[in-house]
Ligand binder design. Structure first.
Ligand SMILES: Nc1ncnc2c1ncn2[C@@H]1O[C@H](COP(=O)(O)OP(=O)(O)OP(=O)(O)O)[C@@H](O)[C@H]1O
Ligand SMILES: [Mg+2]
Length: 253
């Protein structure tokens, strides 16, 4: 049996006088992959920041599995946020520097992550010399180099073209399968959410006919087998799941 990695209970958040989240409760299993979808402005990034510990909710509780709250997390945002004056390797090394890990151990870990995201040979390039997809791979390597137990991704592939985005999704699955990491992914793409996740959480208004405050209105287990490949997208089970998530989003607005 898997145990819950993170449990959030009745999270409510108000920005000044804007009520954004109301009674959001969720559970993420250890080693699980959960996607969060919902209309623009509904509060997905706000919830992600709260779960990452970057924003304190107005009320509610978050419990992590024993010891996990002391572990570092990994974060990837919609824009890669790389430091333009640092090379690929220097960008990836940053979290290790902040943790005081240096020398051969740091070099080894940096190289292993660069290899894992498929950027071997590009270590000494600068961000301006990379494509958008390559820059997001660097951001992913940087988010994972310190071996976090929790990886939170906010629209990480939003700025990429459809083909690169598909490939990055597959890469992310490969990396997730290779590491003991629990993933929460915010995405606008319903098919991406279904393709990658064990469960899709849908956010919408907590009361009829209002978008705010929002809560999790539906939890849809994808139930699709792993390992996954792109051929799965043509199966009836996949299409049914996409249809269910779409209907859940539309019913919530
Ligand atoms: N720092 C802030 N101060 C005040 N209001 C904020 C702040 N951050 C977000 N909001 C408001 O909270 C609401 C939810 O924003 P949030 O960024 O969480 O939405 P989202 O679901 O991530 O949207 P998108 O899909 O467009 O990224 C919005 O109405 C936004 O204006
Ligand atoms: Mg957002």
């Amino acid at each position: 049996m898997r145990s819950p990695f993170l449990t959030a209970v009745n999270i409510t958040h108000t920005f000044q006088d804007l009520p954004v989240l109301e009674n959001v409760s969720l559970e993420i299993q250890s080693g699980g992959f959960v996607a969060l979808v919902g209309p623009s402005g509904v509060g997905k990034s706000t919830l992600l920041r709260i779960l990452a510990g970057l924003l304190r909710p107005s009320s509610g509780d978050i419990h992590m599995a024993d010891g996990s709250h002391q572990e570092p997390i990994g974060l990837v945002f919609q824009r890669d946020n790389l430091m333009p004056w640092r090379t690929v390797a220097e960008n990836v090394r940053l979290p290790l520097e902040l943790m005081g890990v240096n020398g051969r151990e740091a070099n080894g870990r940096v190289q292993a992550m660069i290899n894992l995201v498929g950027l071997a040979g590009f270590e000494q390039r600068y961000p301006a010399q990379l494509s958008g997809g390559m820059a997001q791979r660097v951001a992913l390597a940087r988010a994972l180099v310190h071996e976090p137990l929790f990886l939170l991704l906010d629209e990480p592939f939003g700025a990429l073209d459809a083909l690169t985005r598909e490939r990055m999704g597959l890469e992310l699955l490969r990396i997730w399968e290779a590491m003991p990491v629990t993933v929460l992914l915010v995405t606008h793409s319903i098919s991406e959410a279904v393709f990658l996740a064990d469960e899709v959480l849908v956010m919408g208004g907590s009361r009829p006919n209002t978008e705010r405050p929002a809560t999790i209105t539906h939890r849809i287990p994808t139930g699709l087998p792993r390992p996954r490949d792109l051929a799965m997208e043509r199966t009836a089970a996949f299409q049914d799941c996409v249809t269910a998530v779409r209907a859940a989003i539309e019913s919530g607005v």
